[in-house]
Structures are given as C-alpha cells and as structure tokens.
Design a protein around this ligand. Structure first.
Ligand SMILES: Nc1ncnc2c1ncn2[C@@H]1O[C@H](COP(=O)(O)OP(=O)(O)O)[C@@H](O)[C@H]1O
Ligand SMILES: [Mg+2]
Length: 305
C-alpha cells in the first residue's frame, strides 16, 4: 500500500533529536504512535488500588531492580513528576510528585483506581503530555526539556501506544492499518511479522468491521509494535473486552514484551492482571503508593478472574 505524500514527511529520519526539523506533521506522527486525537483518555469504572509494598519504592538511588532483564541503566527516570490541570478556577492535581524508574525489557503493570493519575503518568512517559513540574529522562534525553517537534519524533521513533479503543481506520484492512506505520518507521518489521507477533496471522486481509473487539485490539498492538519500539505503553488495553478475549490480548502483549524486549507498561484497575507483570506499581491519588516485584509471573492464560 502506498502512503499519500502528505503522510510521509518524517520518513527514515535517524537522529533524536536532529538539529533542525520541518514543521510538525502531527497526523503522520500520530499514525505512527497510534495516538488518538485526544491526548488524555478517560475511562470510567471502579476498581481499587492494592496496598502494594511501599518499602520497595523506586526512584531512589539504586537505578536497578532485581529482575531487570538486561540489567543496567533505567530506560526512564521520572523525578518529582507533578501534573496540575487547571479548569477555570479549579485545579486538579493529577500527579503529586512521582519518582519512577523503568528498566529495559521489564513488564510493569500500573495499577490504581479510576482518577488516580495512571493515564496522566503514561501520557507523560509517552511524550503525549508534559508535566507541570518534575523531569523525565528517556535514555539520554530529558523529555521535559524537549519541544513539541522533538516529542513528536520521540513518539514516532521509540514509543508504541495501545489504548482501550483501537483507533483503527475502518476503510483499511488489518494489514493496511499496520502498513500505515511500517511505511514511515525507521526500521520496521513487515506488517505480516507484526500481525504474527500479535497472534493475528489468519486475519490480515479483514477490515476492522469483520474483526472481533479482541482481534481489532491485536491489530492495534501489531500497529504499535511494527516500528520495533523500545517502549510499549498500553492504557487499559482490555478495558473494553470480555475476560476471555482480554486474556488473548494480554497474551499478545506478553509475547511482544518477551520477543521484542520492549519495556512494557500496562495500565489496569484489575488486580488480577497485575500477576502477569515483573513489577507492579500502584498509584493512588497522584502518588505511587507501592511497588511490588512478582517473584513468579503468572501467564495470562492462567489468570483467574
Ligand atoms: N485533560 C484533563 N483536564 C482536566 N483534568 C484532567 C485531564 N486529564 C485528567 N484529568 C484529571 O486528572 C485526574 C487523573 O486522571 P487520569 O490520569 O486520567 O486518571 P486514571 O487514568 O488513573 O483514571 C482525574 O481527576 C482526572 O479527572
Ligand atoms: Mg486512565
């Protein structure tokens, strides 16, 4: 499939950040990152935070966690992240000083009740939003010092997003939805390879309307990972799915994490899902209330709802 010229202005740009850059073309970048037009996704639903183990707080000086697959340096270092939304005279404190390190290849579940700041944190890590105060480093780059264009490049080159709603283009097949990204990414896999990793080899030429919710979400996962992102950020990826379908989607996320080695963050308010993570970060009222390392990860298929 060929991309219209207007959608490919940034194709095959190598540096982050390059010294100069043409005007931001948010459509192509947002196609590359799966981002919906609205940066901040809201979800309803209840849920509750588990207590967590505050004694394991990250953000200290260790810079490591015992299960860090590739050992070594943090991919992300967030310090003192604060986010205040102002709506008229009302201030909403979405984040109240979050310190968090994320390590190469780890699978982190971000757990917390609705309104606790999970999406805000994920959006800041993914360069979709900026904090009111505090800093985030991604590798050697201070994301909080970057301008819009640099953040756009960062999202396009390094971050895969998966949201609760799949944001597929209805008039394109699964393969074509993924090809939108592979045609503008720097070192993409083929759409076929991405769909295979997402467990959807046999549905490549189906349109979204011909796919179930779980299958559509797996197309969205394929689209998110086709660029081989270092980071995969999933905001309630199973929020709109029934349990059985949710498990298949979680299996796809788990396989991608394992085979691609992308640092993966999955937001949920479902305590059960937390059992499949290397590490569970609990957030409550804009603060990290606990960090727990799972000694034993439970495969999605064995999770008991
Ligand atoms: N764009 C926004 N404008 C104003 N308030 C917002 C915005 N996004 C989130 N909030 C508020 O910030 C708080 C945290 O929201 P959010 O990060 O979406 O929580 P969660 O993802 O845990 O449900 C909530 O009180 C929410 O209403
Ligand atoms: Mg949310």
């Amino acid at each position: 499939m060929r991309m219209p010229r207007a959608l490919t202005p940034f194709s095959r740009r190598k540096q982050f950040p390059p010294p100069t850059e043409p005007k931001r073309a948010s459509l192509s970048a947002d196609l590359a990152t799966n981002t919906p037009n609205q940066a901040t996704e809201r979800t309803g639903g209840g849920g509750r935070a588990s207590g967590g183990d505050a004694g394991c707080h990250t953000g200290g000086d260790s810079g490591r966690w015992p299960g860090a697959r590739n050992g070594g340096e943090a991919v992300f270092r967030a310090r003192g992240l604060t986010k205040v939304y102002r709506m008229g005279n009302v201030e909403v404190h979405a984040l109240r000083g979050v310190d968090l390190d994320l390590f190469p290849g780890e699978f982190v579940v971000l757990l917390g009740p609705s309104g606790s700041g999970k999406s805000t944190l994920l959006n800041i890590l993914g360069g979709l939003d900026v904090p009111t105060a505090g800093s985030v480093r991604f590798q050697d780059h201070d994301l909080t010092a970057e301008d819009d264009r640099a953040l756009t490049r960062y999202r396009r080159d390094h971050v895969g997003f998966v949201f609760q709603f799949y944001n597929l283009i209805p008039s394109l097949t699964a393969r074509e939805n993924v090809a939108l990204v592979t045609e503008i990414a720097r070192d993409p896999m083929t759409p076929e390879e991405a769909l295979r990793l997402a467990g959807l080899s046999d549905r490549m030429d189906h349109f979204p309307s011909q796919l179930s919710g779980g299958e559509q979400q797996r197309v969205a996962i394929a689209r998110a990972i086709a660029k081989r992102p270092q980071v995969l950020l999933c905001d309630e990826p199973t929020g709109a799915l029934d349990v059985k379908t949710g498990i298949v989607v979680l299996e796809a996320v788990e396989r991608v994490n394992r085979e691609l080695g992308a640092t993966t963050v999955v937001i949920t308010h479902n305590v059960t899902i937390a059992q499949m993570a290397d590490r569970v970060v609990t957030i409550f009222d804009g603060r990290i209330s606990g960090v727990k390392i799972n000694d034993k990860k439970i495969p999605p298929r064995e999770l008991q709802w």
